[in-house]
Design a protein around this ligand. Sequence first.
Ligand code: DX5
Ligand code: ZN
Length: 221
Amino acid sequence: MQSTVIAPSILSANFAKLGEEVDQVLASGADWVHFDVMDNHYVPNLTIGPLVCEALRKHGVTAPIDVHLMVQPVDRIVPDFAKAGASVISFHPEASAHVHRTVQLIRSHGCQAGLVLNPATPVEVLDYVLDDLDLVLLMSVNPGFGGQSFIPSALDKLRRVRAMIDATGKPIRLEIDGGVKPDNIGEIAAAGADTFVAGSAIFGQRDYADVIGRMKAAVAA
Ligand code: DX5
Ligand code: ZN
């Protein structure tokens, strides 16, 4: 099992002062920055691209930037995000014509590669590609918006993917995204997640250190 990572989703941050918001969550104990990219095509919402990723790096952010691509097609935006300073790039298999090729493309640009499973995407999509991944991201809401409720069937899926990852013997991270809060993160961790995205639960609170601290304590319990 990998070390615990808390990755605040900046989707719920105040974009008018994004640099400060990111500095503040990182100073409050966050480990990564989760960066949601939406194209109003693969998902019905439009957010941020490589320019904003680059701006965070220029601002001085050194923590891993965890880019979650909700875009279609995927491949042509990968080099731009690598150049902009992305650390991990994850994509949805439904958005790529050649999943294994996209994984190779991400890695060839020096980034870690992740595959994202929507709530209704079967775990079998990981067959034949899991060994080549650095991370599996399970969606516990349908992608497109922050502030939705955790879909309970994600717990069983986490247990299944945890077993698949353990069988590889490789240090592949298992990340969960959607509706993660201090009061459910304990059971999510027990089901096998080691990397936790949380948007509204963190940015919706005034005291980031308090909520991140409570999340870490619940994972460790
Ligand atoms: C949804 C995004 C999530 C979202 C999570 O498509 O991938 O990262 O920001 O937000 P919360 O934690 O509010 O569910
Ligand atoms: Zn996300």
